[in-house]
Write a protein that binds this ligand. Sequence first.
Ligand SMILES: [Fe+2]
Ligand SMILES: [Fe+2]
Length: 350
Amino acid sequence: MNITAGVISIFKLKISSLKAGVKLGKDIYSYNSQLLLPRGTVITKEHLENFTVRNIAEVYIIESTPRLKSEKKFEDVYSNSLDVVKAFMLEAKLGKTLEFDEISNMVNLLLEQVFSVTDLFRQMRIMKGKDDYLFTHSVNVALLCILIGRWLNCDEETIKKLGTAGLLHDIGKIYIDSSILNKPGKLSESECREIKKHTMLGYNYLVENESLNEDIANAALMHHERADGSGYPLGTEGYSKNICVSVVSVADVYDAVTSNRVYSAKRSPYTAAEILWQESFGKLDPRVTKVFYDKITNFYVGNEVVLSNNEKGLVIYVDPSQPTRPVIMVGDKFYNLATDRSISILEIID
Ligand SMILES: [Fe+2]
Ligand SMILES: [Fe+2]
C-alpha cells in the first residue's frame, strides 16, 4: 500500500528493485518479532544482501518528496488529453495508424498528475462534462487505471500500460453512428447490438498496431466481459483475469456510474463503490474491486455529503468491513448507514 502524507511518501518496494541509499519507511522485524532494522535506517549494500539471506522480499521505503512532481496544472493536462483523444479517435476513424509516441507522452503526463495531485477525485469532478462523454470518459478511465495501478503497487511500466489501455479502451466507439451513441432514450435491441460492436472494432484497430502491447487491444475487446458470462462480446469464453482487462473494466464501471450520460444522471461515488462491491461476486475481478472500494470510500472521510433524506452531513467514519456505508454526522445526530439501510448518500459536496 502506498501511504502519502504531505510531501513524505512511504511505499513498498521489492528487494530486487531496491538500491542502497534509500531510507526505510517501516521497522523490519524478524520472524520471532525482534527488531532487525528501525524505520529511517539508510539501506546499505550489506543490508540488501542480508534481506536476501533472510528471505525478505519487500520493504517499505520513504521518499521525502513526491516520487513524481508535476509542474503542470491538472486542468491544462486534462484539456490537452482531451485534444489528444479527439485527434487519435479521428485518425482511427479515417483508418490512419495510431501515433503511439503522442499517446505515450500523454499517459506520462497523466501519470505525473495522478502521483502529484492530492485531490484527484475533486479535480476530475470539476472537469466532468467539459466535453463529449466519449472523450472525457477516455481520459477519466486512463486516470483511474493509473490510480488503481498505483494502489495495486504495480511497477511503473505496468502502470503506463494500464493508463494507455484506459485511454484507448473505447476507441471502437468512434466507428458507431453518433445518433445511436448519443441517443437519450432507451436503445432498441438492434441499437444495443450496434453499440456492443465497439469492443470488437476497437480490438481490430488496436491489434494491427505493432507498437502496442497486446494487453491493450485485449482490454478494448474484453472490458465489458464478466466472469459469469453475462458480458459481451463473447460471454464466458471472452472473460480474462489479465490485470489490464480487470483494471480497465473496474475503472470503466466507476466512471460510467459517476458521470452524467445522455440516458442517465450521475450517481455518487458511494453508489459506484456499492455497485463494484456487488459486482465483485461473479462479475468483476475482486482483486481490483476490493482495493478500489476500500480506497475510494476512505477518500471522502471529512467530506460533506447530501443524503437521500435531503439532509447534509459530514462523513466521519468508515467501517472497513462495510466501506460503502459510513457514519454520517448531521448537526448533533449520527446516521450509521451500515445499520440504517433506508438512507444512502446522494451526492458529495466539494
Ligand atoms: Fe466500452
Ligand atoms: Fe468505457
